[in-house]
Design a protein around this ligand. Structure first.
Ligand SMILES: [Zn+2]
Length: 201
């Protein structure tokens, strides 16, 4: 009798775990995207034309895989979809359009936190007086660089890669950027952000 009960519980547990996995897979749409930057001039029609008309705005629907401006717009698009929290850990952050996307998120009520390295603070930090929280790795306490480039959106997605958020990085370097909502990848970055946020207090 006990064996039957145990078998029953085991079967129930297995079914429940299987059901949880099925439900997770059903509701959790995987979202990944990989972008490469390699310093080409803008080549899509939209970004080549100086005067922007309604006609060529339609071209934005088709992402151009060669045009760095299109790829930059994709990153800005990810930031624009942020609803609740935006945790940014970035060695250099002074690209105007990316900075503006962060400021826009803050203005629409997203809780923004930024971790930076002190050597770039002068050029990077132009948002301090509008109430965005920041933590800085200061060289008098720690000579090692806070060299990360990752951003966590709503605790559900992480943007990572080699790209510093600067004009030079976007226009002139070979760089990679990756976004994923895979929780097994997102969670370690959430933990690391929390750890650094406390450490640089
Ligand atoms: Zn383009």
């Amino acid at each position: 009798m006990t064996t039957i009960r145990l078998l029953g519980s085991f079967t129930l547990a297995c079914c429940s775990a299987g059901l949880t996995a099925l439900l997770y897979n059903y509701f959790h749409q995987e979202e990944t995207e990989v972008l490469f930057f390699y310093g080409t001039l803008p080549i899509c029609n939209f970004h080549r034309n100086v005067s922007l008309t309604t006609a060529n705005q339609n071209l934005m629907v088709n992402q151009n895989n060669e045009c760095f401006e299109c790829k930059l717009n994709m990153i800005i698009g990810w930031l624009d979809k942020t609803k609740k929290t935006l945790d940014i850990c970035m060695y250099m952050l002074n690209h105007e359009l990316l900075s503006n996307a962060v400021i826009d998120a803050h203005k629409r009520g997203v809780k923004v936190r930024i971790i930076l390295n002190e050597d770039n603070i002068e050029t990077t930090w132009k948002m301090g007086n509008i109430g965005i929280s920041k933590r800085v790795n200061k060289s008098k306490y720690n000579k090692n660089l806070m060299h990360h480039k990752f951003v966590i959106i709503d605790n559900k997605k992480v943007i990572l890669g080699s790209l510093n958020w600067t004009k030079v990085s976007v226009r002139a370097n070979w760089e990679n950027v990756f976004i994923t909502n895979d929780c097994e990848l997102v969670n370690p970055f959430r933990q690391e952000f929390q750890r650094l946020w406390k450490q640089f207090n």
